[in-house]
Ligand binder design. Structure first.
Ligand code: HEM
Ligand code: HEM
Length: 193
């Protein structure tokens, strides 16, 4: 097995990478999103009159937390752009990696609002960890917001598939190509820049 702190290979990326804060935020969001899928599989299904349930409140709260963290992360990325740096990869692969990153931002910044609107349509109150009550985004039983809920579910299951691809890609870079791509995102990889 290649140790994570292995010396950089001749293919190691050369551009300044992610700051220590960006790396921490990446893994924090990844952990919350993966936990969110576990909660999603355990929570009761939504019906028109779904009664309040702690797992549903947790689903809303983790989702809203991800929305906040991703907004922060997007602002940080716009202030300090990080170019993709996969020197040993063909162009199609770089395009696929870039498209996946954009899809992550789109899904995690847009789909939570659709879920929120769906919760309002189901007349389930949305709170942040049961402490901060939030307003409804749609009228109860509103048709467009039920459709928004379907779109929310579709976007999030697609996201899970993309996460599997993204993680597999990162592991192939590390264990097969040894090209330093995974190190760019690991907490102890090089000096924080
Ligand atoms: C990281 C963010 C989120 C992820 C990954 C996520 C994931 C999912 C998934 C996969 C489903 C479909 C479940 C199924 O097929 O039975 C779902 C349903 C739902 N989610 Fe989320 N969610 C997130 C954020 C939110 C937020 C912020 C809210 C509300 C404030 C929310 C409200 C809902 C509702 C109401 C449904 C049921 C939709 C319907 O069936 O009409 N979600 N979520
Ligand atoms: C829910 C889970 C995940 C999400 C939402 C996610 C999202 C992202 C996003 C948006 C980026 C682009 C950089 C940025 O804007 O910060 C990125 C980069 C990266 N991710 Fe993930 N990620 C997840 C899980 C993982 C896992 C499990 C791995 C490794 C096994 C991984 C490895 C990487 C690496 C190595 C990069 C840097 C690619 C480069 O060189 O630019 N990610 N991730």
């Amino acid at each position: 097995m290649i140790p994570i702190s292995a010396a950089p290979s001749p293919h190691a990326p050369a551009s300044p990478g992610y700051s220590a804060g960006a790396r921490r935020l990446h893994w924090l969001v990844a952990a919350i999103v993966l936990a969110q899928f576990v909660v999603t599989m355990l929570m009761p299904e939504f019906h028109r009159e779904t009664p309040p349930d702690p797992l549903i409140t947790l689903h809303f709260s983790l989702g809203l937390l991800v929305l906040l963290l991703m907004s922060w992360r997007l602002a940080a990325r716009l202030r300090r752009p990080v170019p993709l740096d996969m020197p040993a990869s063909p162009p199609w692969e770089r395009r696929a990696a870039r498209a996946t990153h954009i899809a992550f931002y789109l899904a995690l910044l847009l789909a939570p609002w659709l879920g929120w609107a769906a919760a309002s349509a189901h007349a389930v109150p949305v709170t942040f960890f049961g402490i901060v009550p939030l307003p409804d985004l749609a009228a109860a039983k509103s048709g467009w917001a039920f459709k928004a809920g379907d779109l929310h579910a579709l976007m999030m299951w697609t996201l899970l598939g993309l996460v599997a691809l993204h993680a597999t890609g990162a592991l192939v870079h590390h264990f097969v190509r040894h090209d330093g791509v995974l190190q760019r995102m690991l907490p102890r990889a090089g000096k924080p820049r």
